[in-house]
Design a protein. Structure first.
Lengths: 259, 239
């Protein structure tokens, strides 16, 4: 947990950064924090409309609204984290070339803001679930370890891509496309249940597949997570996180010279 | 001047590239990983610092003087660990508050007060320290009336005053002051110099300025730099 040690000394700076990102985003905006729930809600409405009325497809045995919303929650956390964090280092050019602080504070504060949005949007989800009278079981507790996996995976991707972006701005240019492609590779608007084994295996190469599918299962269907699968994905994500953080620390020394 | 050495640069060399990053190629980067020879100078590279040796005592105030591009700011960046030497060693014992460009991290949409928190934490103060010094900082800046206004509406002079007031209240042991005295109005400048002289007794300082007379008022000795080399060793100003 080298990251915690590095951040501890600068915990006040980190707090201020998160606070700043959060207040600035909603300053001079009329509805402010409501934006955090407008995105998932409107996407949910759109998907429900398209699948229920335009394509007339049945994607789940329960209401489409909660099916889509449950997938959109982790997805929006992941995608907006990337959107904030990838350009975060290059946006703070003036700070990086002048003052030292652990650089990961910049991408991490972007992720923290996405997390605040996630929490707000989750509260709405709880209301929606109650409205549909979904039976919640104890397996809902699985959400916490699943979210920790999601968090570490998001940090790993963010640290790696934001660092590479310092060297090659191509990353920033590719972000929109990358996120869009990743969206279709993740089971947000479909479920992998109906797919054959070959496609399932391919989709499971994307750690988000496991996370999103299981988050949906443990909340809506009240099913638990297969432990060995969880451990396997956990190990893969941990390795990826460690490599990515190491890469970040190594490249960080040159940020001021190449940015 | 028998205090402990708090900052030391030992045979420090620093290489920079003239090239714009957009022209670098992956292929070349890849080859460089395997070559790993950092000390050869390629055609588009130059030494920003050549064999620099500086040591700074605990309560010493040193001025760096020289034309543009002589490596003054690079030295400050090395001391504050913003960048690292290509060769040689930089040792720093203590917290560094870099005043390189006052007001770094000011966000235009935040108010003066909010930016004190922002900028204060950036230069390494804790929130507790900032709260304790808040009144002093505002008073020193002479901006009481405007402190709850977004800084995008500030003039550049006000920007500077606020930035300097924050920096001067930092509790770091080492202060780096880069060309920040020259810009504000005369009365505020005098006040700043007075304040620097006050806090000098318990801090180490490195001052960069093009204003020789101003520098001589503050520093204990001046190091002359030219094209990345120390020219005239340590002119001592007796006071």
């Amino acid at each position: 947990m080298q990251i915690a040690k590095r951040l501890y000394l600068y915990k006040d700076l980190f707090r201020v950064f998160v606070w700043r990102e959060f207040t600035i985003r909603y300053r001079q905006s009329i509805i402010g924090v409501l934006w955090a729930i407008i995105q998932p809600l409107s996407m949910m409405a759109l998907f429900t409309f398209i699948f229920s009325y335009v394509l007339k497809l049945k994607v789940a045995d329960y209401p489409h609204t909660i099916f889509f919303y449950s997938g959109l929650l982790p997805w929006i956390f992941f995608s907006s984290s990337l959107n904030y964090s990838i350009p975060s280092l290059t946006n703070h050019y003036d700070l990086i070339t002048k003052i030292y602080f652990p650089r990961e504070i910049l991408p991490l504060s972007g992720i923290s803001v996405a997390f605040i949005d996630y929490v707000i949007a989750s509260l709405i989800f709880a209301i929606i679930l109650a409205a549909y009278k979904i039976h919640i079981t104890w397996n809902v507790v699985w959400l916490i370890p699943l979210f920790i996996l999601l968090l570490f995976f998001t940090i790993a991707v963010s640290l790696f891509l934001s660092s590479v972006n310092v060297y090659y701005r191509d990353v920033k240019l590719a972000t929109g496309f990358l996120i869009q492609a990743w969206f279709f590779a993740s089971p947000v608007m479909y479920s992998i249940d109906q797919l054959n084994v070959k496609f399932k295996l391919i989709l499971f190469l994307n750690p988000l597949t496991f996370i999103i599918e299981n988050m949906r299962r443990c909340v809506i269907e009240g099913r638990s997570v297969v432990l060995w699968q969880f451990v396997l994905v956990g190990i893969i994500i941990t390795i990826f996180y460690l490599l990515s953080y190491k890469f970040f620390i190594k490249t960080e020394r040159d940020f001021a010279d190449v940015i | 001047m028998l205090s402990d050495v708090i900052v030391e640069l030992k045979n420090v060399w620093k290489k920079y590239s003239i090239r714009d990053m957009f022209h670098r190629s992956l292929r070349e980067d890849f080859i460089n990983i395997f070559r790993g020879n950092k000390c050869d100078l390629k055609e588009d590279e130059f030494w920003a610092l050549k064999n620099i040796n500086i040591s700074l005592g605990e309560r010493e105030c040193v001025g760096l003087y020289g034309p543009n591009g002589s490596g003054k700011t690079t030295i400050l960046k090395l001391i504050s660990s913003v960048t690292y030497p290509t060769r040689g060693e930089v040792t720093v014992k203590g917290r560094v508050a870099p005043l390189i460009a006052v007001g770094a991290g000011f966000h235009p949409d935040l108010t003066g007060r909010e930016n004190i928190y922002m900028n204060g934490t950036i230069i390494g103060m804790t929130l507790k320290e900032i709260r304790e010094h808040m009144a002093e900082i505002i008073e020193f800046s002479e901006l009481e009336k405007f402190i709850d206004m977004p800084v995008k509406k500030y003039s550049s002079g006000m920007y500077l005053k606020l930035g300097f007031s924050i920096a001067i209240h930092s509790s770091a042991e080492i202060l780096l002051i880069d060309e920040i005295l020259a810009v504000s109005d005369e009365s505020f400048q005098k006040k700043c110099i007075g304040k620097i002289k006050d806090i000098k007794s318990n801090k180490a300082m490195v001052v960069v300025s093009h204003n020789r007379a101003l520098m001589e008022q503050i520093v204990d000795r001046i190091i002359f730099l030219e094209e990345g080399e120390i020219k005239n060793l340590h002119l001592v100003i007796n006071k």
